[in-house]
Design a protein around this ligand. Structure first.
Ligand code: NAD
Length: 311
């Protein structure tokens, strides 16, 4: 029976750590980190995400700056707002909620954010820094996955890791981080042949596809660490339920550790956004970073110990 990796509890610990760090910084330097969130349009799911991000920002003692722009906002207006926020020294992190309306070029917008304030880690400079093993701002979802993996396994060196899904926001950066932590990494995607055989070899399995329960327990290597990023809404027994990309009920009998959906990766994503905002603030102010998540930096030491030591 697998250890269930409790992302909710992990995220709550991480937020407490951030809260304490922000309080110390405020007392010592009289300044607090600030996060700007920008939402264009009225997509209900995006509204929920942005509200939740802003709420958690203030709960850890940071300043939250909210920009809710109407759906007709032009690309030019959005770029002008970003230029203003880039120049505003009360703002250390900028998040543009995706997806953007079709008339706005998302790549252009993301690349207009000052890379030092790019707390989502999507700017092409941060992608390049991560890919070349330099200090980057790391995308929140894979960062949360890495924290949980390091906490559970200690060193990841030499493990066979399989990432299923190759999106820019999850799959690709996840694979880069695992590689930087000395795993032997395979990336699978919709055209991969013999997926079951790849899964069977994986000591670490990260799935980010968006297909309900597509990975059955029979494919999973006994004792593997399984991180399920997928969030899928399905109807079961007359009720709408959230499930992951892994068949959790049977997989937990085979895996060594597994994240549930909900309550696994999801809560860690926003906590990592706050972590990145704190990191961005520390880098701007020339302060020591809260916890240096540069890779292969403290071998075999879980993030929880790193957090304890840093606090
Ligand atoms: P995406 O749609 O951008 O990418 C999906 C990937 O899956 C693609 O690379 C595609 O090649 C691959 N794929 C599709 N069918 C496949 C198959 N049969 N076999 C193998 N690979 C296949 O998705 P995304 O944005 O990376 O998100 C993936 C999932 O993760 C979604 O369910 C999303 O809701 C969830 N997600 C969760 C969080 C979180 O915070 N927990 C964050 C981001 C995304």
């Amino acid at each position: 029976m697998a250890t269930i990796i409790d992302g909710k509890a992990f995220a709550s610990n991480l937020r407490q750590f951030i809260h304490a760090q922000v309080a110390q910084i405020k007392e010592k330097h009289g300044k607090i980190p600030g996060l700007a969130t920008i939402l264009v349009g009225e997509d209900p799911a995006s509204q929920v995400y942005v509200r939740s991000k802003a709420k958690q920002t203030t709960e850890v003692g940071m300043a939250s700056f909210k920009y809710a722009l109407d759906a007709g906002t032009s690309e030019k207006e959005l770029l002008k707002l970003l230029a203003d926020l880039n120049a505003n020294d009360e703002i250390h992190g900028i998040l543009v909620q995706l997806p953007l309306p079709r008339h706005i070029n998302a790549e252009k917008v993301i690349n207009a954010i000052d890379p030092r304030k790019d707390v989502d880690g999507f700017h092409v400079s941060n992608v390049g820094l991560l890919g070349s093993g330099q200090k980057a701002m790391l995308p929140c979802t894979p960062l949360g996955c890495m924290m949980m993996l390091r906490d559970h396994l200690g060193s990841l060196r030499g493990k066979n890791a399989l990432v299923v899904g190759r999106s820019n926001i999850v799959g690709k950066p996840m694979a880069q981080m695992l590689l930087a932590d000395d795993c032997t990494v395979t990336i699978a995607h919709r055209y991969t042949e013999g997926l079951a055989d790849h899964v069977k070899r994986a000591d670490i399995l990260v799935v980010a596809v968006g297909r309900p329960e597509m990975i059955p327990a029979e494919w999973i290597k006994p004792g593997a660490a399984v991180i399920d990023v997928g969030i899928n809404r399905i109807e079961r027994g007359g009720q709408i339920r959230l499930v992951g990309d892994v068949d959790f009920a049977s997989a937990k009998e085979v895996a060594g550790a597994i994240t549930p959906v909900p309550g696994g990766v999801g809560p860690m994503t926003i906590a990592c956004l706050l972590f990145n905002t704190l990191t961005a603030f520390c880098r701007t102010m020339g302060l020591p970073e809260p916890v240096d998540m540069g890779f292969s930096l403290v071998e075999g030491v879980g993030i929880v110990q790193e957090l304890k030591r840093a606090s």
